[in-house]
Design a binder for this molecule. Structure first.
Ligand SMILES: [Zn+2]
Length: 371
């Protein structure tokens, strides 16, 4: 792959190329934007350009990696000595980290041992060294303060790229030392086309493309789960139906059922992706189920407001109408906001059964229970 094959991020890529052509590549970037919209892909391909021995120059400022030199080949096979991808699960490979479980945040030991202590040694193969820090929104304050040592006085050969979904989670001191490049959502039709080409049916493909909100990564992951027989689309239809038909007395059973569904998604996901942290995947699966609920509430709310927006659940418009008949626009808006609160609970590791019970209490229009 090369930079020109990254989809829908032309604006950010042209900023990168312009700086390269002018000989002013910053020592630190923040690539900011939602999950799965191409930040990692762009960072990897950009790193490959920075390390390439014979970059190819096209029209204007256009530049790309050659794909053939020893540097490009080593990046492609994940073996380039000057190219590092830093993520929280590396804790296991730190000096004190043996048997430590993957943490919720990005710990200081990972930043110290995999970035700060390493930037001072010169590159061994290329002219530069590239560090990509994944999930930078999970850098805690001490990790960010530690990283500042590398950001404040970076060696001239060093380029650090922070990938971040929530810019506000980074300290002003971190942000001010990096060039911020913003990444926008990928177009729905492009996502649909990709899903369709991988064999996903039209209804499911259109639904996943809309639900993803422009996250190609998330949509493709759902698509892959669907193809692996995890029945994600069937689950979503059941989730929407159960929201519409939900009775107060059924909440415990319905919560157990949602928990089962979330676990089924999570199991298929772990099988498909192997190496990533099972705990993270279980959180992602739970979030996927909550997102399904949010999309149905939004659709019903928009029906009330007669907004000219795209209906995510257009395949279940009868259900959405029923939902709109059951709750007012204000009630639906409040339920959507409660569901976002639940997404935050998932991030802070609240017990999953409690999460689904609270979700259903919200959806049944009842008072809150306390966490
Ligand atoms: Zn090359």
């Amino acid at each position: 792959m090369s930079l020109k094959e990254v989809l829908c991020q032309e604006r950010g890529i042209s900023l990168l190329r312009r700086a390269f052509a002018a000989g002013r590549v910053p020592h630190a970037y923040i690539f900011a934007g939602g999950e799965g919209i191409g930040k990692f892909k762009t960072a990897s391909e950009w790193g490959k350009v920075l390390l390439c021995r014979e970059p190819i120059f096209g029209d204007g400022d256009s530049v790309d990696s050659c794909g053939r030199c020893d540097s490009c080949r080593l990046v492609d096979s994940d073996a380039h000595p000057d190219f590092s991808i830093v993520y929280k699960e590396l804790i296991e490979f730190t000096r004190e980290g043996k048997n430590k479980k993957a943490p919720l945040d990005l710990p200081i030991d990972v930043i110290r041992e995999f970035v700060v202590e390493k930037v001072s040694t010169r590159p061994s193969l290329s002219e530069r060294k590239v560090y990509i820090i994944r999930e930078a929104e999970k850098l805690n304050i001490s990790s960010q303060n530690c990283l500042l040592k590398a950001l404040e006085e970076p060696p001239e050969y060093c380029c650090i790229i922070l990938l971040c979904t929530r810019l506000e989670s980074l300290l002003a001191t971190t942000r001010s030392r990096c060039q911020i490049i913003r990444f926008g959502p990928v177009g729905e039709d492009l996502i649909f086309e990709k899903l369709h080409n991988s064999g996903i049916g039209a209804d499911a493909g259109r639904y996943f493309a809309r639900l993803s909100g422009g996250s190609m990564g998330l949509a493709c992951r759902w698509g892959a789960l669907e193809s692996s027989g995890a029945g994600l689309y069937k689950i979503k239809k059941e989730v929407v139906e159960s929201i519409v038909k939900l009775e107060y007395g059924e909440i415990p059973d319905a919560a157990a059922d949602l928990l089962e569904k979330s676990k089924a998604i999570s199991k298929a996901w772990v099988e498909a992706e192997g190496a990533t942290s099972a705990k993270d995947i279980s959180r992602q699966a739970a979030k996927s189920v909550v997102r399904m609920a949010i999309s149905a509430l939004y659709d019903a709310m928009n029906l009330h407001l007669q907004r000219e927006t795209t209906t995510v659940n257009s395949d279940q418009s009868d259900m959405i109408q029923e939902l709109a008949g059951r709750f007012s626009a204000e009630q639906l808006a409040e339920m959507v906001s409660d569901c976002y609160e639940i997404l935050r609970w998932i991030e802070s590791n609240v017990n999953e059964r409690l999460i689904f019970e609270q979700l259903l209490f919200n959806l049944a229009g009842s008072d809150r229970i306390s966490a």
